[in-house]
Design a protein around this ligand. Structure first.
Ligand code: UD1
Length: 416
């Protein structure tokens, strides 16, 4: 198993290229299954999660090539409508296979998902949406069997604007007979891009970027070519590193996707200049404590909560961070405290008292974003920090150690 060895408190400077968005590309890869042709997706990040999705597409029979960031997916050969436990348990986003296969073939069998090790992460909204479209759902030996040979458009209202459920149900509805309306839909840029891709394929979806999506079912979809949007969570992670330690420029960013994060970084005292697809950030002389409450887009993303807490560990006072999206996503807190942070946790609220300096220690990563937070903690800490179980970070960040070391960070991958 690999670990990162980090020698902290080195200033960061230079330019970093942000990769394509993991959370956008995963549903786009399954959307390719809605046609019987060859779809091309550019700027695909080379991650464990995208590799896992490639394997899943191959298991259902698609022909996939992944070279230099370009994926081609030939879905004309799909012949197996089962997504097995071994694969789905390693990545919750595998569940995105349900909507497209149900929509195109009328049935699918998907293992109940696993994924990140935090909290209960149910799929009830996904199943409710499929049922409204006319599918019959049955749970058998850990698998969900969904069958709906002739899906019909329906009105679907989510209790909460779930990203995954919105994407999955949209993909099932595009080939249904008639009109579907999804109320309280997710507005995350990843979902907007999925809908844009489906429209390029011939779907008729309107209301993109709003909480109400209207989907007029079409008979068939054709393949398309599309480039993945920049990863706003990777960008946010590097911006937070810049606010603590650097003078860095991020290339390939969509500034509008990061507004809530940029506002908070400015409140902290960082100096920020934005270009069309670039952001230049210079660290704050003194990091001011800034409270954050996570929320759905365009609110502050839960996927940056852990990294924000790492930044607040060095702030000049007390801050309060509340996660309203995932209430128990705080496995990084005890690990940051091992670095000398002063964080207390009550339910979904973390209170952080800034300390003069973090001190290196051995810590363990537990999920993708918690790992990013520990790397930030290690880069900010005095001395050496060893971060173990970094396979989590490889799920969602492309060569993060190379990107940080090119900026001057003292970070090295070693085999344990
Ligand atoms: C996606 C992201 C993840 C991010 C999250 C919230 C991907 C691959 N992952 O996850 O990085 O942290 O959005 O921005 O895009 N819920 C239910 N029932 C459901 C579905 C969700 O109760 O059927 C609840 C969840 O428990 C959670 C909330 O809704 O409290 C939001 O979850 P959701 O938006 O679905 O997250 P994911 O799509 O799993």
């Amino acid at each position: 198993m690999d670990k990162f060895v980090i020698y902290g408190q080195k200033p960061l400077s230079g330019t970093v290229e942000i990769s394509g968005a993991k959370n956008a590309v995963l549903p786009m890869m399954t959307a390719a299954l809605l046609t019987d042709g060859v779809t091309t997706i550019n700027k695909v990040p080379d991650l464990r999660d995208t590799r896992t999705m490639v394997r899943l597409l191959e298991i259902v029979g698609a022909g996939v090539e992944f070279t230099n960031g370009t994926l081609t997916i030939d879905a004309s050969t799909v012949n197996n409508l089962v997504a097995p436990y071994d694969l789905v348990k390693t990545m919750r986003a595998s569940f995105y296979i349900m909507g497209p296969l149900l929509g195109r073939f009328g049935n699918v069998k998907v293992s109940m998902p696993g994924g990140c090790a935090w909290g209960p992460r149910p799929v009830d909204f996904h199943l409710m949406g499929m049922e409204k479209l006319g599918a019959e759902i049955e749970l058998d030996q850990g698998y969900i069997n969904a069958s709906g040979p002739s899906l019909k458009g329906a009105k679907i209202k989510f209790k909460y604007p779930s990203v995954g459920a919105t994407g999955n149900v949209v993909m099932a509805a595009v080939l249904a007979n008639g009109m579907s309306i999804i109320e309280n839909a997710a507005r995350e840029p990843d979902i907007v891009q999925l809908c844009e891709m489906l429209n390029l394929m011939g779907a008729k979806i309107s209301g993109l970027g709003t909480t109400i999506l209207s989907i007029e079912g079409v008979k068939e979809l054709k393949p398309t070519e599309i480039t993945v949007i920049p990863d706003r969570i990777e960008a946010g992670t590097f911006l937070i590193a810049g606010a603590a330690l650097g003078d860095i420029t991020l290339n390939n960013v969509k500034v509008g996707h990061l507004q809530s994060v940029l506002d908070k970084l400015e409140e902290c005292g960082a100096s920020i200049n934005v270009g069309e697809d670039k952001i230049h950030i210079i660290k704050a002389n003194e990091i001011k404590p800034v409270n954050v409450t996570t929320n759905v887009y365009p609110g502050f993303p839960t996927d940056l909560q852990a990294q924000w807490i790492a930044l607040m560990c060095s702030a000049s006072g007390k801050s309060i961070i509340m996660d309203t999206v995932y209430h128990d996503r705080f496995s990084h807190v005890p690990e940051l405290n091992r670095l000398g942070a002063d964080i207390t946790l009550h339910e979904n609220v973390a209170t952080i008292k800034g300390v003069t300096t973090l001190k290196g220690a051995n810590v363990m990563s537990t999920d993708i974003r918690a790992s990013a937070s520990l790397i930030l903690g290690g880069l900010m800490a005095e001395g050496r920090t060893d971060v173990s179980r970094i396979y989590h970070i490889d799920r969602g960040y492309e060569r993060i150690e190379n990107k940080f070391s090119a900026l001057g960070g003292g970070i090295f991958r070693e085999s344990e």
